[in-house]
Design a binder for this molecule. Structure first.
Ligand code: GLN
Length: 207
């Protein structure tokens, strides 16, 4: 009899809300592992890039010799999901960041960091999310970015429904790489993680 195997999903653990993603992934039936070294990165089926401080994480990727190995795994088709700072890291171009920020080119998109401005540092809203048909998703934005421009082959999964930022792209997907401006890991709603695990990671990992 074949043993059921769960996909091993790394959570980039250099800085940010690592624990929340580890918990959400475990609840989705994956094996979450923290990733800080190239050998750990090489052993995972997929990677989650957490929220935190994108310029700090970018710097630490260089310090820990993870930048090129991570770019290579993304080029090779490793599934990845980034929330907030993770979205910024996965971009091909970042606006309003430090000049030495190193993009990972995981998704062909231009992302504006801290895009919602100081007045609306943090806010929550309900939004429709393509692929999640059983009701809206509660989206928590914390000094969040938005996606300003996308290339061919990038699918928009969610936009801001109303208010001054109405229509802004806040969730996107290109192949098996997904990014959200907001933090589903803090609400206890597992559907965004489940979408990643079940439709992007399992088919590719064969488990
Ligand atoms: N503003 C942060 C950055 O630039 C992202 C905030 C977050 O991840 N909650 O990286």
């Amino acid at each position: 009899m074949l043993e059921a195997v769960n996909p091993t999903i790394g959570v980039l653990a250099l800085q940010g809300d690592v624990r929340e993603h580890m918990r959400a992934l475990a609840e989705c039936g994956a094996e979450p592992v923290p990733v800080r070294r190239a050998a750990e990165l090489a052993a995972v089926d997929a990677l989650v890039l957490p929220g935190g401080e994108s310029t700090t994480i970018s710097k630490l990727l260089e310090v820990f010799d993870l930048l090129e190995p991570l770019r290579q795994r993304l080029r090779d088709g490793m599934p990845a999901y980034g929330s907030c700072a993770g979205m910024i890291l996965l971009a091909s171009e970042v606006l309003d960041t430090r000049p030495d920020m190193q993009p990972l080119y995981g998704i062909d998109m231009t992302v504006r960091r801290n895009a919602f401005g100081r007045q609306v540092d943090s806010f929550e809203t309900d939004l429709d999310y393509t692929g999640l048909d059983d009701g809206q998703v509660r989206a928590v934005f914390i000094r969040a970015p938005w996606v300003e421009k996308i290339g061919d082959g990038v699918e928009v999964l969610a936009t801001v429904p109303s208010g001054p930022a109405a229509g802004r792209m806040v969730a996107v997907r290109q192949g098996n790489v997904m990014a959200t401006s907001f933090h589903p890991e803090v609400t206890g709603d597992l559907r965004v993680h489940r979408l990643f695990v079940d439709t992007m990671v399992r088919p590719r990992a064969g488990v």
